[in-house]
Design a protein around this ligand. Structure first.
Ligand code: GLV
Ligand code: GLV
Length: 308
């Protein structure tokens, strides 16, 4: 009998081609909403492998619901997967580092430029029909040259953002678990704070009310990492009270729900988790997870395995 796998959202055709060539029996949840819990538990019951999304909470119950031997996650972030449970059950876990670095860094710059130059307000003004013409004082924003960018989490993506920001003439500082400037100093000195750390117990609500209060009142917060790194309630309050000037967010605490205070804010630029969403990157991600899925089914080490 061919080995069976579950894919919890349609992926790029190039990835599907890899699986078809291997004559794997594939069950694809059609989306676009994430697979619901009971369907996931039911459909995984005869699957040896799975291509998962960051929207799938994968805990011991899911892992015990079927004969899983490999989980290939179609994302670089793996905070939705209980890695201890996977290790205890001998399930290999893979992900997609590297191939989405440039796409995510590009989107970070789109948010940074968009908020710094007040494009949400500008777009709304043009569409409202209320624009009275060019004016020396209309919607003045932050000039990037000479401004300080503070990067929290200097991994692949943080480093790629630093290169782009340097080309715009920004001064770049960073904070990491292993080095860089102290976190408090980064928060106080930065004109733009951009988050590129994984979501862990240590980074949950790293940006809370007191951190927001110690940012410059002209500062901008950018988050393309994971929503819960920011206390969204506190961010809304900080925007309302002008404790910071704006926020560019690609991720949210309870996706796809977005705090109504953010939706109402003219100083927030909001995107639906598009960091890796380019044609080229999604193709590479699709092939990457398909190849690692097959390696896992053959009990070979994964090309992009997570250390468990
Ligand atoms: C997207 O958020 C990812 O982790 O790849
Ligand atoms: C993720 O790929 C990172 O290292 O930033």
């Amino acid at each position: 009998m061919p080995k069976k796998v579950l894919i919890t959202q349609p992926i790029d055709e190039s990835g599907m081609d890899v699986l078809r060539a291997a004559k794997i029996s594939v069950d694809v949840w059609p989306g676009p909403e994430p697979i619901d819990r009971s369907t996931l538990l039911e459909r995984v019951s005869d699957c040896e492998g799975m291509i998962s999304m960051l929207t799938d909470p994968l805990d011991a119950e899911v892992m015990d619901a079927g004969p899983l031997r490999v989980i290939a996650q179609h994302a670089v972030g793996i905070n939705n997967i209980d890695l201890d449970a996977a290790r205890q059950r001998g399930i290999q876990v893979g992900h997609t580092p590297g191939v989405l670095t440039d796409a995510t860094a590009d989107l970070t710059m789109a948010l940074l430029l968009g908020v710094a130059r007040r494009t949400v307000e500008g777009d709304a003004l043009v569409r409202s029909g209320q624009w009275k013409g060019w004016s020396p004082t209309l919607l003045r924003g932050l000039e990037l040259r000479g401004a300080t960018l503070g990067i929290v989490g200097m991994g692949r993506i943080g480093t790629a953002v630093a290169a782009r920001a340097s080309a715009f003439g920004m001064r770049v500082i960073h904070h990491n678990r292993s080095g860089g400037v102290p976190f408090d100093r980064l928060i106080q000195e930065s004109d733009v704070v951009s988050l590129h750390c994984p979501l862990t117990a240590e980074t949950r609500h790293l940006i809370d009310a007191s951190v927001l209060r110690s940012m410059k009142s002209r500062a901008i917060l950018i988050n393309t990492a994971r929503g819960p790194v920011v206390d969204e309630e506190a961010l809304v309050a900080a925007l309302e009270q002008h404790e910071i000037a704006g926020a560019g967010l690609d991720v949210f605490e309870c996706e796809p729900d977005v705090h109504p205070g953010l939706v109402a804010s003219p100083h927030a630029l909001l995107l639906p988790h598009l960091g890796s969403a380019t044609v080229q990157t999604r193709r590479r991600m699709g092939v990457m997870v398909a190849e690692d899925l097959l390696r896992g089914l053959r009990s070979e080490p994964l090309n992009n395995g997570v250390k468990l």
